[in-house]
Ligand binder design. Structure first.
Ligand code: ADP
Ligand code: ASP
Ligand code: MG
Length: 408
């Protein structure tokens, strides 16, 4: 008898009507003889609303209390779906993260799952029940409730699938699968039948919000068969797995992007060993996530360094750099906001040296100025002005033939 984890995201459970539709889908699978573990997100925009309430209640809400609050969103859906299943005559039980045995690190707001003690789940499954688990949450060894970071219910689903050795983990969402880029932004985006774990991991890290990066990380690590599909129709969705052949003549699988990027430049730093380490240690200690870094040596004495951060971290970054100005020994600080990062991702790039050049040519052909670049084996990221993001996505989608399925 197959064991499947089915995860339903916020929009898919946004109203009671939608939860009833989800319940029907679960009932069909149960009737077909599958054992089912369901993971649910908070209804619709509940998490956003809870965050807004917290920000009304306090200027800097305490992080422990924030997790206490946010974890209630998923619990509502969990209980409601279970009530509906019960009324349909299906034996089901709802479990919070801790009842499901999900233990995490002690990091409020962005905890990693450490272990899953699946005995309770396996027991309930043996009794023939559908298990409904609240996504996005766990418990620390000190019995504190934590959350896994925005979008983290995907990670709950994949981690559970790995822990119980499920045959399949299905992520049900509001689009038909993983597309070549966000279909809400680029109309020509095309649904992919398959994508590799590595490509999906890059896409997720580079801004494709369709899957939480840690979900993909876990799927790869534990070889969990993963599918992203629509909760609104019966289309087959996208399979994410280890090896996926590149379509003939293609080197790029998809585009990812992020808005609200800020470039920070520190000028007049001493050109000596240890300078970079001091700068980035200082930022790391303030929990600031730095992305692309470029260093410039100016003459013998001086160097400057530019790096990108998320706009939400700008105030903290300026605070910490100003505070340590004399210790770091720099002269000037400059910031440029209103930037976006656009990335091309594809395993075909590793063996095709011309891809970055093709990307730059496509962008410059539309008068788009590339301000920063970073590359890895299977991606090239560029930082451009946010105003030009839409144009850049369209031209890159076209330049790399992403709107066409070339099959031979
Ligand atoms: P859920 O609430 O189901 O977790 P999310 O909003 O987290 O849904 O993820 C689905 C959304 O991800 C889509 O509505 C889409 O706008 C966005 N998205 C971004 N990049 C992609 C992509 N490459 N393919 C599909 N969807 C994408
Ligand atoms: N409800 C959480 C969020 O909105 C977690 C999730 O939906 O995956 O981020
Ligand atoms: Mg999501």
């Amino acid at each position: 008898m197959g064991l499947t984890v089915m995860k339903f995201g916020g929009t898919s459970v946004g109203t009671i009507e939608k939860i009833k539709r989800v319940a029907k889908r679960i009932a069909e699978r149960k009737a077909a003889g599958e054992r089912i573990i369901t993971v649910v997100s908070a209804m619709g925009k509940t998490t956003d609303e809870l965050v807004a309430l917290a920000n009304e209640a306090a200027c800097r809400p305490n992080k422990r209390e924030m997790d206490m609050l946010l974890s209630t969103g998923e619990q509502q859906t969990c209980a409601l779906l279970t009530m509906i299943l019960n009324e349909m005559g299906i034996s089901a039980v709802s479990l919070t993260g801790w009842q499901a045995g999900i233990t995490t690190e002690s990091v409020f707001g962005n905890a990693r799952i450490k272990e899953i003690h699946a005995d309770r789940i396996l027991n309930e499954l043996d009794q023939g029940k559908v298990i409904v688990v609240a996504g996005f949450q766990g418990i620390t060894s000190e019995d504190e409730i934590t959350t896994l970071g925005r979008g983290g219910s995907d990670t709950t689903a994949v981690a559970l699938a790995a822990a119980v050795r499920a045959d399949l983990c299905e992520i049900y969402t509001d689009v038909d699968g993983v597309f070549t880029t966000d279909p809400r932004v680029v109309k020509a985006a095309r649904k992919l039948d398959e994508i590799s774990y590595d490509e999906m991991l890059e896409m997720a890290h580079l801004g494709a919000g369709v899957l939480h990066p840690r979900a993909v990380e876990n799927a790869k690590k534990y070889n969990v068969p993963l599918v992203v599909r629509s909760s609104y129709n019966r289309e087959e969705g996208t399979i994410i797995k280890e090896d996926v052949a590149m379509e003939k003549g293609m080197s790029v699988r998809g585009l990812a992007f992020e808005r609200n990027i800020v470039k920070v430049t520190i000028m007049g730093l001493p050109n000596k060993i240890g300078t970079l380490s001091n700068v980035f240690k200082t930022l790391a200690q303030a929990n600031i996530n730095v992305d692309i870094i470029i260093q410039n040596v100016l003459g013998e004495e001086e160097l400057s360094v530019s790096f990108t951060i998320s706009e939400v971290d700008l105030d903290d970054t300026l605070d910490v750099l100003n505070k340590f100005k004399s210790a770091l020994g720099y002269q000037l600080l400059n910031t440029e906001a209103g930037l976006a990062k656009v990335s091309i991702v594809g395993s075909g790039m590793a063996s095709n040296p011309g891809v970055a050049a093709e990307m730059f040519a496509a962008l410059s052909g539309q008068d788009i100025m590339v301000k920063m670049v970073s590359t890895s084996e299977i991606k090239v990221s560029t930082v451009i002005s946010s105003d030009q993001l839409q144009k850049a996505l369209h031209i890159l989608h076209e330049a790399f033939h992403l709107d066409m399925s070339i099959r031979v």
